[in-house]
Structures are given as C-alpha cells and as structure tokens.
Design a protein around this ligand. Sequence first.
Ligand code: SDX
Length: 427
Amino acid sequence: MTQYATLTIDGKELQLPVIEGSEGEKAIDIRSLRQETGFITFDPGFGSTGSCQSAITFMDGEKGILRYRGIPIEQLAEQSTFVETAYLLIAGKLPTREELTRTSVLLNDFSLLHEDMKYFYQNYPSKAHPMGILSAMVNAMRSFYPELIDLDEDLNNTFLRLISKVRTMAAMAYKISRGHKTVYPRPDYSYCANFLHMMFDNPVIPYEMDNDMVRALNVFWILHADHEQNCSTAAVRVVASGKVNVYAAISAGISALWGPLHGGANQAVIQMLEQIQKEGLTIPQVLAKAKDKNDPFRLMGFGHRVYKTYDPRAKIMKKMCDLVLGKQRCRDELLKIAMELEDAALSDRYFQEKNLYPNVDFYSGIVLRAMGIPTNMFTVMFAIGRLPGWLAQWKEDSLDPLRRISRPRQIYTGETLNDYVPMRDRF
Ligand code: SDX
C-alpha cells in the first residue's frame, strides 16, 4: 500500500508518494513537485536528496553498516579477493570457480598498455601528480579501444580492460616519475601481486613477493571498491547521463576523487601527521586547531557525510596497520600520533556532538606507507580500488529505465532585469 507525504503550499495540498527501499529507507518522490506547485527543493551538497535507486551497496550510517550486494564488508575483507569482489559488484553475484578463473585470465591478458600510450608519459613533467595522469590516460583509452559495450555480459571486455590497465598505468606513472625502467606484468602473478611487481621490481633488486602484503592489498582495495552515491560515483553517473562513453565517465570520477575532502584525504592525513610531527604540535593543540572556525585546519580522515559512527572500513584498516607494520618489523611514528589523535578526538565533546569518527582514510595512509607506496600515489590506490564500484554504478545507471540526463535546478539570486550600458556611459 503506497504511503503519501502531504505538502501544503499556498493553501493547496499535494500528496507525494513515498518510496521504500529493501532495507526500509524511505524517500518522498518529488518528481511532480515543480509541475504541480512551481516550487523546487533546495539541498546544497544533496545531504537529503536521493539521486537514484540502486541495488549495489547498502550503507547504514547510524549503525556503521556497509554491504556489497548484501554481503557485509567484514566478511568480504576476511574471505574474498579484490577480483572476486569486483565481479560481485559488477555482475551482482559471486562468480563460480570457472567464472573467476576466466576473469583472472582475461585480466592478465589485458594487462599491457598499447605501446603508443607510453608516449603520453614522456610529455608530463616528472613532478606531475599521478591522479592527473591517470584521469587523462583513462580518457585516452576511448581512442585505443573504441569497441561497444555488451551490458548483457557479466563483465564485458571494456570493464576488464579498464580494471586491468589502471594498474599498469599507475605503476608506469610511478616508475617513469622516478626515472626507472618500467616493469611488465607477469602472467603467473595474481591481480594484486602483479601490481606490486610492476611498482617495485627492478633489474638490480628483484622485488620479493610477500603474501601478507598481497593479502593486505586485496583487503585495501576491497574496502575501497564501492560506497553508494559518494562524490566521485555521483560524478560518474552525472557525466554518464549525457550518454558519453564509459572511459570519459570514469575519467570524471577519477578527477572528482582527487580532492582532499574525498579520495585525496588519505594523502592529506599523512601530510597532516607529518606536519604535527615536524612542528612538534601537541594533541590538544591539534584538536584546538580542528575546532577553531577561524583556522582552515581540519582533522583529515575524520568525519563523514553518511557515517555518524565509526566507519566499518576504518576498523579493518586499523587492524591492517599492525599486520603490515609487523611484517616490515618497523614502527611508524605517524601511527602512534594517529592513535593518540583518535583517542583524544573520540573523547572530545566537539567531535562527539558532531558525530565525527575516523573514516576509511584515517589509517589507510599508514598501511600504504608500510607497503612502500609513495604519498602522492595514495589517491591513485583509492581510484584503482573504486573502479569496480564506478563501473557497477555506470552499468546500473545505463540500464535504469528511470534514467534522464542529470540537470539540477537553482534559485537565482543575481541582478534583476537591467539594460546594457554603452562604454561611453560607463565610468
Ligand atoms: C571519503 O561519501 C563517501 O562515501 C566518501 C568516502 C567513499 O568511500 O567514497 O567514504 C571517502 O571521502 C571519506 C571522507 C574523507 N575526507 C576527509 O577525511 C576530510 C575531513 N572530513 C571533512 O572535511 C568532512 O567531515 C567531510 C567532507 C568528510 C564531510 O563533510 P560534510 O558532511 O559536508 O560535513 P560538514 O563539513 O558540514 O561538517 C559538519 C560539521 C561542521 O561544523 P559546523 O559548521 O556544524 O560547526 O562538522 C565539522 C564541520 O566544521 N567537521 C569537522 C570535520 N569534519 C566535519 N571539524 C573538524 N575536522 C573535521 N574533519
């Protein structure tokens, strides 16, 4: 039985239908609002606005729940691999052994770049940020692989090419920025092992593959694989709504992820911890800066638009710190500062009242540092992890019968009607 919300405007009553999701979330369907009343809604940042119905990822921000296709993130982090999780997100089901084997073989087959794509790197300054390179390279893939996409396939070749090649592109950007020889993928390595191989192997000091590091990288990318309608996923959907090719939409997602309030936060957290260490700031001084409205400083890696409790991914990421640091038999001073910061913030009234908790980015930088990933590659690591989620959302959006081009309205607050003033009359 459809529930209705009653809206009374200028003495006129409007019945707006209520939509309910499979987990009991409710929304007021306002699609007829402007036509019926001439009014629009106003919601900068879309904090109370749903852009779509989706069956991919469920989050409960109050309870700290995250599930991909109904499976809790904790179980996937514990038992799955990144490739299997990518299949789950995009195909909507866990793969059979044969499907997973075929997917892994194709990911290996597609792991090389077209040789002409290497020339892109030569024209970038060596200090170019790899997120800018990645966004451009993904957009350029349209010119090299213009084939149409068969969305009936669980994982079509275009999606597999993108998932496979972003690793090669990222590792190549890193090697070239350091003036090192690029390393080709190996057919006998898994998806994550091949990335570490391409990043760190070199002719003089062969990279010694460590299964715990490979496991940590699988978990890192599983935790980042999707997160419903976050900023970059929303960007992918908005760009896709104009019916542009998938490469351009994903390139837009990479650009949206780059910002320090979103995927760039993992890099910003480490830079914040290094600043605290370098300047010898005390924890109370740091919290005071974070609370000072006149200070642009924010506690990076804290707070979230949806989670009003501990980000379930941050809990898992924090445990991974011990695994990877233990392997490296090193203590990371920044981890000590991060944990002291977390303890102090969680018992501080300001953070409690505003429901500010560690998010996925607070500890992820510590894990990446322990793997040997340079700080300016942290957001690239996030992008590689998020790619299956973006593709799953792009596919769902492309097949959505309710899909229309995204075109928000506005409330105009500028000059009212006035006439052009000829130059001779201006002063
Ligand atoms: C990601 O959306 C997703 O799902 C994103 C993500 C994903 O997987 O895709 O989870 C990944 O982007 C995680 C978030 C990474 N960003 C950071 O860690 C940057 C630091 N955090 C903030 O900038 C902020 O918390 C956001 C951007 C994450 C959320 O911003 P909102 O929802 O717009 O909240 P807000 O800025 O309106 O803050 C509400 C209040 C404000 O105070 P008042 O104006 O009410 O007095 O809380 C304060 C803010 O000043 N606040 C903070 C704070 N975060 C919010 N104060 C100090 N430090 C912070 N980190």
